[in-house]
Design a protein around this ligand. Structure first.
Ligand code: GLN
Length: 547
């Protein structure tokens, strides 16, 4: 039978609940336990796929093609948990299925209510991850305790302990200790009040994890313990990290959090071994060098919009011993001042995914600058599409070449709508989504980087390289190095006569891990290191390949 940990957040949002949950998952895996990870989001959208990056940040995609919250990206980076559509439920998804059942007549004439029908549906969502081979399920509740919309979720997890037994369910509450600079104090009152709110609902947290700028004194721990009714050893400090978010599991382990959980839930566990993780952190702390990567995108002012891309770039650095510095450039800025003025000196350029025409001309100009100046270039999804447009216009002489997404009347639609997308009108969950196999051509940069013939990568797009232009591209010196054979779709293009120029229609950033960087990111950062004169072997990746 699986045991359960519920993670809630109090005082303010953006406390790093996802990261903390992922870190706890990783520590439990380190104790030899099999974990599953899940996020329950109180908003009414059925999934974040239809939300603007400004609202929500990146949309993370799982192998099975579910568009999910970006916290699931943390779960995959820190743990081995396999994520599916059961790992992210929203209020919208829960209500959708209750209303569907009601219409079918499943409730046999009952008045359908929040308690028990909505709460039962939430409990069923949690149950969907229970299995004989999962030891612990970690369920993070989005939002902040005290929000109206998270109430049904909190009520459901309260009931859950009653259903499954005290010994099988525990609650961890993440909170903030504000630091008042004027008096030099850490304040505990917001934490006391937030725990008070939880207790009103009937939830007594077993563990409090306190986000803080400064170390907690013993007095503060005692005070929190007393007022919040939590054992002192379960009042855990999570101080702001000095150099990497990957320090968080180590901080929690040092305070014996994994030991506490193992005992509290009566789990059979082995000793923790953080050696490989600590080794990775050591290279982050003492890098051999630094590379600077220009990232040119539409939502550049928002770090969360390209969260997995930045993480994967950093992972690429880990294996080479490089710190990766980001030069974030708004695509529209490139249009205003010219690529050279904002990109001179970068060791690599990355153009990430995106939707809509704003900034596309700037991305195209940035790619031209990287291609002509032999700066390593990595294009992801929209980034590949912009590279195709750039090559068509400037290398193949196809004037006004474009994607039909941006110019439906272009004389040269080098990127056009996927056949299967024609006639699709609904926006939710209807893109080409999730993992598809891709065959690599030997002798290409992609094949060298991956070191294998077939790969599986995740997608999220409606437009695609137009096969009518294949010959023109091949004649112009472009290699089409990855194909989805079933539908004859171009998944990767590259330019051999360039130190490192490669675009992919998929999202490799979703499969990168801090101690197993994605091979393309590792190879790209290696090439950026060469460009910076740091001198690894040409385009080689030194980190472990994905299994
Ligand atoms: N807008 C493009 C498409 O729909 C690219 C999508 C993306 O970058 N994720 O095909």
């Amino acid at each position: 039978m699986s045991k359960h940990i519920f993670i809630t957040g109090g005082v303010v949002s953006s406390l790093g609940k996802g990261l903390t949950s992922a870190s706890i998952g990783m520590l439990l895996e380190g104790r030899g336990l099999k974990v599953a990870m899940q996020k329950l989001d109180p908003y009414i959208n059925v999934d974040p796929g239809t939300m603007s990056p400004y609202q929500h940040g990146e949309v993370y995609v799982t192998d099975d093609g579910t568009e999910t919250d970006l916290d699931l990206g943390h779960y995959e980076r820190y743990t081995e948990a396999v994520l599916t559509k059961h790992c992210n439920y929203t209020t919208g998804k829960i209500y959708n299925s209750v209303i569907e059942k009601e219409r079918k007549g499943d409730y046999l004439g009952a008045t359908v209510q929040v308690i028990p029908h909505i709460t039962d549906e939430i409990k069923a969502a949690i149950d969907s991850l229970c299995s004989d081979d999962v030891d612990v399920i970690l369920t993070e509740i989005g939002g902040t305790v005290g929000d109206i919309e998270s109430l049904p979720f909190l009520e459901a997890i309260r009931q859950y302990r009653l259903d499954k037994g005290q010994e099988n369910v525990m609650y961890i509450h993440l909170t903030l200790l504000p630091h008042l600079r004027a008096s030099g104090e850490l304040k505990t009152k917001p934490t006391q009040q937030s725990v008070g709110k939880l207790r009103e609902i009937g939830i007594q947290p077993d563990v409090l994890i306190c986000r803080t700028e400064l170390p907690m004194t013993e007095d503060i721990v005692k005070k929190i313990s007393l007022f919040c009714n939590v054992e002192a050893k379960a009042v855990i400090e999570e101080q702001d990290v000095a150099y990497s978010i990957y320090e968080v599991p180590v901080i929690l382990h040092d305070q014996h959090l994994d030991e506490f959980i193992v005992k509290r839930l009566g789990l059979k566990a082995v000793e923790q071994d953080l050696k490989p993780w600590l080794k990775m952190l050591e290279t982050v702390r003492n890098p051999k060098g630094e590379v600077e990567i220009g990232v040119v995108g539409k939502y550049i002012e928002l770090h969360d919009a390209y969260k997995s891309v930045y993480e994967a770039l950093s992972h690429g650095g880990h294996g080479h011993g490089y710190t990766v510095k980001f030069r974030k450039v708004a695509a529209e800025e490139v249009e205003k001042v010219g690529a050279k003025n904002v990109l001179a000196g970068v060791h690599g350029l990355l153009v990430p995914g995106g939707f809509g025409g704003r900034g596309v001309e700037g991305m195209v100009q940035a790619i031209q600058y990287a291609r002509e100046n032999k700066i390593p270039f990595f294009g992801i999804c929209l980034g590949l599409q912009c590279a195709a447009i750039e090559i068509a216009r400037n290398l193949l002489g196809l004037e006004n070449a474009d994607s039909t997404e941006f110019d439906p009347a272009t004389p040269h639609p080098v990127i056009s709508l996927l056949e299967e997308q024609k006639g699709v009108t609904h926006k939710g969950g209807t893109m080409r989504l999730g993992a598809y196999p891709c065959e690599l051509t030997s002798g290409t940069l992609a094949h060298r980087a991956y070191g294998r013939d077939q790969i599986s990568e995740r997608h999220r797009h409606r437009f695609e390289f137009n096969n009518k232009y294949r010959d023109a591209f091949l004649k112009g010196g472009v290699t089409l190095s990855g194909l989805y054979k079933d539908k004859d779709l171009v998944e990767i293009l590259e330019i051999a006569e360039h130190p490192w120029f490669l675009g992919v229609q998929f999202h490799p950033e979703f499969q990168s891990k801090p101690i197993a960087a994605h091979p393309l990111f590792s190879s790209f950062i290696g090439a950026a290191g060469n460009h910076a004169g740091l001198g690894n072997k040409k385009g080689s990746g030194t980190t472990k390949m994905l299994a």
